[in-house]
Design a protein around this ligand. Structure first.
Ligand code: GLU
Length: 319
């Protein structure tokens, strides 16, 4: 925890001051990264450099402020859950999507199987593995991986996103918990797609190579109610964006979403590859990359940087 409740919240408006605060946030992120550890349960992720850190902020008028490792590619991991949910809402609609997955924070780790077996047949939300795999089951009936990749590229305004083959193979070869989840869903009769195709497409979407800039773009499209601010193209209905951002706020940082919601208070989604996307409505998209994670699987550098920015620039949605 970086700031406390009692400290006053600032609201810096001057452009140079904003730049200074964002640079400070980057420096705090670099410092904080020293406290974390890279993920190693997917062997390929263990190769990341824990000292890497990058912060990119993009605004509606095309201005960009970038510090550190913003061009370095890394696997998007759970941030793909935002793209998958967006695709499900766009192509299947709200009713169909949420008759297969709930809208509740789980309070459990991202890869937990516990409540799926003991409490509820339907996964708690689309931001945890069980929920995202369930959503993927729905999607595989109407889209292929190539269609989803194309959708991801548009959403992140980044045509250079490709599949990271070695991360994909590493996930596929070691993803036994996810295999357990998909077969548990099948055994309960709630999975819509073929389990192997569902899981394979889920792994591929987790293995897309993005950078902090593509994440900032994703945040920006969400901040602009689903419209690409530069081309004017509408990618998804504003009502769906509202749903997605609400779920990012309540469930986007696994079982740290509550604390993050209080301390940062910006709809965000993290991934164990080290990325965080944050969306400041009608203003900014923010992408961070810092593969050193805390015990909950969230980027320590990313959280420190976002907390600093949120506090000094009054970005908390309730501030
Ligand atoms: N591919 C990872 C998994 O399924 C994603 C986890 C994450 O980023 O939260 O375990």
């Amino acid at each position: 925890m970086y700031f406390t409740y009692e400290q006053p919240r600032f609201d810096v408006k001057d452009e140079n001051e904003i730049r200074r605060v964002i640079k400070e946030a980057y420096e705090n992120g670099c410092e904080a990264a020293k406290q974390g550890k890279v993920a190693n349960y997917i062997p390929e992720l263990a190769k990341a450099n824990p000292n890497d850190f990058g912060l990119c902020v993009r605004s509606m008028d095309g201005k960009e402020l970038s510090f550190g490792q913003v061009d370095k590619r890394f696997s998007v991991q759970s941030i793909s859950k935002v793209v998958n949910l967006a695709a499900a809402l766009k192509f299947l609609g709200f009713r169909e999507t949420f008759s297969h997955v709930q809208l509740e924070p789980s309070g459990d780790a991202f890869n937990s199987i516990l409540k799926l077996d003991t409490v509820s047949d339907l996964p708690f939300n689309p931001m945890i593995n069980a929920g995202a795999i369930q959503v993927m089951g729905l999607l595989t009936n109407v889209m292929d991986f190539e269609d989803l990749l194309d959708f991801a590229r548009k959403f992140m305004m980044d045509d250079d996103i490709v599949l990271n083959e070695s991360v994909y193979r590493s996930e596929r070869d070691t993803g036994d918990r996810n295999r357990a989840i998909v077969y548990l869903l099948k055994s309960k009769g709630v999975l819509s797609g073929d389990p192997d195709k569902t899981l394979d497409t889920y792994f591929k979407m987790c293995s897309l190579n993005v950078n902090a800039k593509s994440l900032a773009n994703l945040g920006l499209v969400l901040a602009n109610k689903g419209q690409n601010p530069f081309t004017g193209k509408h990618l998804i209905h504003p009502g769906y964006v509202c749903t997605i951002k609400s779920l990012m706020f309540t469930c986007g940082l696994y079982d740290e979403s509550g604390e993050y919601g209080v301390l940062v208070g910006i709809p965000s989604k993290s991934g164990v590859g080290g990325g965080i996307v944050a969306s400041v409505s009608e203003r900014w998209g923010i992408g961070t990359y810092g593969p050193a994670l805390n015990k909950k699987g969230n980027s320590v550098g990313g959280i420190a940087a976002l907390e600093h920015m949120s506090h000094l620039l009054r970005l908390n949605v309730f501030a």
